[in-house]
Write a protein that binds this ligand. Structure first.
Ligand SMILES: [Zn+2]
Length: 137
């Protein structure tokens, strides 16, 4: 399975281009005002197709996390063990992302900031690091 660039077609391209630029772009519904991740071209809340893009603040709160010791496929195996987490963005979106920290550094509800990372290999995905400089910790 491939990740990233091969998925960057049509309506999802701004999302992938944003990650490569270091920003999170979210689809925002022009009818109900809610944001969503991953891009779908249709609002998952009201089914509207009137969507635009916003640039997220790049902050999040850690909802839960887990360390992956056995990678789901060979391309991730070289990085195991690694941490994945469910994070909440201030834009009202909850998503799963790579957490670029050791489990011992993490606690629930801690502040995070976005750090897109090439993983595995050459494709950008959404990652987060503990936000130790925000004063929110
Ligand atoms: Zn909507």
């Amino acid at each position: 399975m491939s990740y990233g660039a091969e998925l960057a077609t049509g309506f999802s391209r701004p999302y992938w281009d944003g990650l490569a630029e270091g920003v999170i772009r979210l689809e925002r519904c022009m009818d109900c005002g809610r944001c969503q991740d991953f891009p779908q071209g249709r609002c998952r809340h009201c089914l509207s197709t009137r969507l635009d893009w916003i640039e997220a603040a790049g902050t999040a709160t850690l909802h839960t996390f887990s360390t992956v010791f056995r990678a789901p496929s060979p391309e991730f195996a070289k990085d195991a063990p690694y941490v994945v987490g469910m994070v909440r963005l201030p834009e009202g979106v909850q998503l799963m992302a790579r957490i670029l920290a050791d489990e011992s550094e993490l606690r629930l509800d801690m502040p995070l900031r976005a750090k897109p990372v090439k993983w595995p290999g050459e494709h950008w995905i959404l990652g987060f690091v503990p936000d130790t400089e925000s004063g929110r910790a």
